[in-house]
Structures are given as C-alpha cells and as structure tokens.
Design a protein around this ligand. Structure first.
Ligand code: ADP
Ligand code: MG
Length: 352
C-alpha cells in the first residue's frame, strides 16, 4: 500500500526544470512533509500527484498501479492550497458538505459526517455562519474539514498554514497532528518552514532545485543531514559550518583554530556543529577553544552568543542564564566529538 513518484521530471514550456528525476515512495498512513526553499518544486510535485499537472517523464503509481494519466477526479485525493477558496455564499455546513453532495451521498449520512469532522476541528459552533464571518484560522479549518470529510485516499496540503498569524499557525499545526493520529489518513504536506516540517512529519522529503536531497524521519534529518544544504536548512539558528582542512588528525579552520578530530581522513573538509550542541565551559581545559564574545542576544529562555576567533564566526545557543557577560569577553567552548558533522568541501556531501 504505497504512493510512489518514479523518476518524475517536469520541464515547463519555458525550459524551467521544476523537478529532476524525483524518486519518492511512502506508505499509507504516513504524514509526509515536502520541505524545501521557494522554487524547489514542492507545488509542482503536489500538483503532479493530484493530476492537476502532467509530468514530462516518469511514472506516478498508487499501490503498484500506474495512475500517471488518470484525471484528478479518479485519484481520490483532496487538496488544500495556501489560498484555499471557500464558497462565500454557502454556510460553513454547506461548504464542508459540498464534496459529499458532489459524490451523491445520502442526506442523513452527510449530516453525520459533517458534524463529525467539524467536531474534530472544533468548528461545530460555526456551521451556520458564512465564511466572511470567520477568522482566518477558523476559515482554514473549514477548508481542512472540507478536504477530509469525504475520506480521500490522500490529503494534499500545499502550505496551508502560511497565511495564518504565528499563534494560530501553531494551534492549527497541533490540530493537524492530532487529526492525523486520530484518523490515520495519508498526508502529503508542503512547507518551507523547517520547524513545521520537524513537528508534523512522520518523514520529511527535502527538495532542492527539483531534486530530492534527503528523505528520512525528522530525527535523522536533524542528526544526520546528508549534505551541507540539509544541515543548514534544518535548525534555527542554523548549524555552524566551518571550512578548513584536516592534516594528521587535526582540523585546521580556515583563518581560525585547530582541533583534533577522530577517524577522519586528511583533506579539505567543512566541519559543522549545531549552536545548541556547543558547550560553554567556565574555565579553559584541554578540550576547550578560546573565542571572543562579539554579540549577545537574549531569546528567553535561551541566550545566543555570537563568538569569533580570527576569521571564524560561530553562534552558540545556551539554554540557561549566562549571568553577567559582556561583549569582548573570552568564552571557552568545547565542540563535542559526537555532535560534529563533516561535509565535503567540493560538493557538500556528508562524509560518513
Ligand atoms: P515551490 O512550490 O517549491 O516554491 P514550484 O513547484 O512552484 O516550487 O516551482 C518550481 C520551479 O518551477 C520554479 O522555478 C518555478 O518558477 C517554476 N514554475 C512553476 N510553475 C511554472 C510554470 N507554469 N511555468 C514555468 N515555470 C514554472
Ligand atoms: Mg509552492
């Protein structure tokens, strides 16, 4: 029971390559997040799966069946867009009921199903209203309810939360997560927001320039990014990545410090470490490196220290109160072996 993109490419009439031989396969019941910067091909992938766009080459298959040429209405998928449109002249009830009416479901059954999904999304008390009488978040939930009510095989959501303000975005995100665990539907959810991807996805597919760069569970995307691109895209503040070279087991940062490394071959390399994995030590030890504090930012409850040494700049995220510390002060930092990442300088691939 699976959904698969097999070598899907999309070249638009003007020559733009939106997708470049995309291979992506996932099981039913998963919450798959397509994550990538603007223009990486997320919407195109979604539209090709829905049948709204034809691939230039490649095959879409569902449970082993080739559906590449199947029209959208025969694919049993629903789609929620960033600019979802509700019918302004219909009530919330009728908006949600619409896909059931189109499918000629009986009146009693419609009532039951609409109330059920409205209860799940906590919009039951607005069923008599019209869309203009709803807040942005409520309207968004109506769009989600309408997409789910007819029990589609797959629910495709293309940046559905990006028009909501920050708090509503968080709340709706939590609701989606609850909905997924309650109903077990299959979701393909598009976002450019790495935090949204990390919290919602059972698996994350990271796209860059029309190519799949990593497809994995969130924990591995965070701890074992397959490339420098993924490493920098996931996590805020972004991973520190320092260009340099290894000679005889010592990493020499370009214009900066030296540090011993374990089990790494010699040669040019970039070393990465996340701001939250760097340890601040009260005193100098054999493991610490001296940095100079450049800027300090309080992002309660954390503190961000922007430090430098020679030509190397790093950011450190400290999850406790740093007390009195001022610009120009010396900080002793340890970069634990277990949390270091190494990437090829030439192409950014992870060195395993
Ligand atoms: P995303 O959703 O990740 O932002 P899209 O799938 O919308 O990316 O677009 C991928 C690439 O394809 C972009 O470079 C975009 O400009 C281009 N593109 C999208 N639609 C068209 C189109 N109809 N004609 C030409 N280029 C397009
Ligand atoms: Mg898009």
């Amino acid at each position: 029971m699976s959904i698969a993109f097999n070598q899907i490419s999309k070249v638009f009439a003007d020559g733009t390559v939106a997708l470049d031989r995309l291979d992506l396969e996932f099981d039913r019941g998963e919450f798959i997040v397509l994550l990538g910067p603007s223009g990486s091909g997320k919407t195109t992938a979604c539209r090709i799966l829905a049948g709204l766009e034809q691939a230039t080459s490649g095959v879409i298959s569902i449970d082993g069946r080739d559906v590449t040429r199947l029209p959208p209405r025969e694919r049993n998928m629903s789609m929620v867009f960033q600019n979802y449109a509700l019918y302004g002249h219909k009530t919330v009830f009728d908006n949600i009921a619409y896909p059931l009416r189109v499918r000629k479901i009986g009146r009693n059954s419609i009532g039951t199903k609409v109330h059920e999904v409205a209860r799940l999304l906590q919009i039951e008390s607005y069923l008599d209203r019209r869309p203009s009488q709803l807040s942005g978040g409520q309207a968004q939930r109506v769009a989600v309810a309408r997409a789910l009510v007819w029990n589609p095989d797959i629910c495709l959501m293309d940046e559905p939360l990006s028009n909501l303000d920050a708090l509503l975005r968080l709340q709706t995100r939590t609701e989606l997560k609850r909905l997924h665990s309650d109903l077990g539907h299959t979701f393909l959810f598009v976002t450019h927001d790495q935090e949204e991807a990390m919290t919602l996805g059972t698996k994350i597919a990271v796209l860059n320039e029309g190519q799949l760069v990593q497809f994995d569970i969130p924990r591995r995307i965070y701890h074992e990014p397959s490339s420098r691109f993924v490493a920098e895209f996931i996590g805020r503040p972004a991973m520190n990545i320092i260009d340099g070279e290894i000679n005889n087991g010592m990493f020499q940062a370009a214009g900066g410090f030296q540090i011993d490394v374990e089990n790494q071959p010699d040669g040019p390399v970039a070393m990465g470490i996340r701001p939250e994995q760097i340890l601040v030590s009260g005193t100098q030890t054999k493991q610490t490196i001296e940095f100079e504090l450049d800027v300090i930012e309080l992002v309660e409850p954390d503190t961000l220290l922007f430090v430098k040494k020679g030509g190397v700049n790093m950011v450190v995220r400290v999850m406790r109160d740093m007390g009195q510390i001022e610009r120009g002060a010396t900080v002793h930092l340890a970069l634990p072996h277990a949390h270091r990442h190494f990437f090829e300088l030439a192409d950014g691939r992870r060195r395993w």
